[in-house]
Design a protein around this ligand. Structure first.
Ligand code: ADP
Ligand code: MG
Length: 279
């Protein structure tokens, strides 16, 4: 069979072309945090490079979740909470005087430990829920396109395409977590923060989320808190080890390329932690 170049039509592209996000570098400079007069983080500095996956590891209570909440301005919603230091998104201070909280949220999305879709809202509307909150207006075909492309990116489309009107709460735990990832992606964040996103999931769902992280890394900067050392090694390029010693505030003991952190850590506490000797 010969193909006539003048009449040949390319088949339609299989994946819709909703605009993709623009990954950014997020830099934390000398971040300290308090609840009342209890200091929980002490001068934490960390650069989370664009299009890389950074894993945050360390025992419970060393301030990893607090650090994540500071990175997208959720910390300040807690009445007793205060902080010091700077967070720069591609060099721009997200806490700058002229910067709104909603702007930080718009660019820096978050996925939590416990999947939290709106349970009675449809799968379709769940994906769009964040857009509504940011006040972005879209027509029907744009909405359809966003829903499909975000569910594709989150690795959930094949499982839900025939039942988009069913409630989000009807999905399994692993599917709900991927729905939350799709919802976070719909606002085209530059950074996606994930706080132990797999710790409530079974191993199969966990691996599915890890595949999703692998697929997303080219378009969004990912910061993931995990207690699973194998997961940190599988998904991350860089790792930071947090520790809070005997009632002291948490800080970073050591950070660097993940391979080096696991194979040749500089600090004996890092070595003991990554080998499961404590925490
Ligand atoms: P991690 O995520 O590493 O387990 P967290 O950031 O959750 O650590 O907690 C760090 C410290 O801050 C802990 O001592 C914890 O008890 C305290 N903390 C966390 N959230 C609050 C809060 N809302 N009010 C008071 N203290 C808190
Ligand atoms: Mg935590």
């Amino acid at each position: 069979m010969s193909i006539d170049a003048t009449t040949y039509q390319f088949p339609p592209a299989p994946v819709l072309t909703a605009p993709t996000g623009q990954a950014s570098t997020l830099e934390a400079r000398e971040i300290s945090a308090w609840f009342g007069d209890h200091q929980v983080l002490d001068r934490v500095s960390l650069t989370m490079e664009a299009r890389q996956v950074t894993a945050l590891i360390g025992p419970s209570g060393c301030g990893k979740s607090t650090f994540l909440r500071i990175l997208n301005r959720m910390h300040e919603l807690i009445a007793s909470a205060s902080l010091a230091g700077d967070v720069l998104l591609d060099g721009v201070d997200i806490y700058g005087l002229d910067k709104k909280l909603t702007e930080a949220r718009r660019h820096i999305g978050m996925v939590f430990q416990k999947p939290n879709p709106f349970p009675t809202m449809s799968i379709y509307d769940n994906v769009l829920a964040g857009l509504k909150l940011t006040g972005t207006r879209k027509d029907q075909s744009e909405k359809d396109e966003i829903v499909q492309s975000c569910l594709l990116k989150a690795g959930l489309w094949n499982e839900v395409q025939s039942r988009l009107r069913q409630p989000g709460g009807a999905l399994s735990g692993g599917q709900q977590q991927r729905l939350c990832i799709a919802r976070a992606l719909a606002i085209q964040p530059r950074v996606l923060l994930m706080d132990e996103p797999c710790s409530a999931l079974d191993p199969t769902s966990t691996r599915r989320i890890e595949t999703t992280i692998e697929e997303l890394r080219t378009e969004v900067t990912i910061v993931i808190v995990t207690h699973n050392m194998q997961q940190a090694q599988r998904v991350s390029d860089y790792t930071a080890f947090f520790l809070a010693e005997q009632g002291e505030p948490g800080y970073i003991i050591e950070h660097g390329p993940t391979d080096a952190m696991f194979d040749a850590p500089q600090d004996t506490r890092t070595r003991d932690y990554v080998h499961g000797r404590f925490g």
